[in-house]
Design a protein around this ligand. Structure first.
Ligand code: HEC
Length: 269
């Protein structure tokens, strides 16, 4: 029975691994992040850098519709003052005013990150037919296979997937190069088949960090992947803390139950 159960578990793990990866897709690069494991927490400095990469590079094409500016303060990434200032750098469409006209105004902390395009069709037209997905939940919606242990202990690998796509642009192998679709780049980590409709968005040094941290493609990809892990689950630290308290409670309760059982049955033999 035990053997059967472990076989079934192994089968399940293998099956989930292979269904996650598209034909010939490379597994995600197994880098590690500060927020992994049962006690992991976000590195605020890294989230600040990741935000800067999003703002200066990714937000030219990708929206983040589920995140409000003020969430950045709630998450302890920026102060309230900083959030007010950074929200004001965005232009929001609002209205209608008393005359029924729409108007533009600077962003407020309560606004959500806007889309750079008027609608999905405009976004596709600007990107050769490919729609840049909203990035709010991208690290939850794109698992990256990077090993059974990692998957079980560290999570589904969404940040690893984002990092791998951003750093995974390569010269297409000769047999594939001939059939390269117009305007697509070769990227073996991309989940929907090697050809991606996003040209490599990062180049060494495109963003300069206020804390003087390295700004290679590799470092920026890691920072923005961490930031997108935060946008997808800003309350992760609370969840882990609650989980930990529950485990302690359950352990103490189990010991208590065991002692009670011993006492109650003490005279029975
Ligand atoms: C010039 C526009 C542009 C920029 C800038 C850009 N992207 Fe993209 N991105 C796209 C498009 C278009 C797609 C859709 C590609 C496809 O479906 O073939 C995409 C897809 C993606 C995907 C999804 C891959 C998948 O599995 O569907 C991720 C993740 C992503 N981008 C992250 C980023 C990040 C992070 C940045 C900033 C460092 C960034 N992008 C900058 C246009 C852009």
């Amino acid at each position: 029975m035990k053997k059967l159960a472990s076989l079934a578990l192994a089968g399940l793990l293998l099956a989930s691994g292979s269904t996650l990866a598209a034909e010939g897709q490379k597994p995600a690069k197994g880098i590690s992040f500060s927020f992994e494991g049962p006690f992991g927490t976000f590195d605020r400095q890294q989230l600040q850098r990741g935000y800067k990469v999003y703002k200066e590079v990714c937000s030219n094409c990708h929206s983040m519709r589920l995140v409000s500016f003020r969430n950045l303060a709630e998450g302890g990434i920026f102060t309230d003052e900083q959030v007010k200032a950074l929200a004001a750098t965005y232009t929001m469409k609002d209205g209608p005013d008393v005359n029924g006209d729409m108007f533009e105004r600077p962003g407020l902390p309560s606004d959500r990150f806007p889309s750079p395009f008027a609608n999905d069709e405009a976004a596709k037209t600007a990107n050769g037919g490919a729609l840049p997905p909203d990035l709010s939940l991208i690290t939850k919606s794109r698992p990256g296979w990077y090993g059974t242990f990692n998957q079980l202990w560290n999570g589904i690998g969404g940040p690893q997937y984002v990092y791998s796509v951003l750093t995974g642009y390569e010269e297409a192998p000769a047999e594939l190069a001939a059939e390269a679709p117009e305007g697509k780049s070769y990227n073996p980590y991309f989940g929907a088949g090697h050809w991606i409709g996003m040209a490599a968005p990062l180049a060494d040094g495109v963003v300069t960090f206020d804390d003087g941290a390295p700004n290679t493609v590799d470092a920026m990809a890691k920072d923005v992947a961490a930031f997108l892990a935060w946008t997808a689950e800003p309350k992760m630290e609370d969840r882990k803390q609650t989980g930990f308290m529950v485990m302690i409670y359950l352990a103490a309760f189990s010991i208590l139950l065991y002692l009670v059982k011993k006492k109650v049955w003490a005279d029975a033999h």
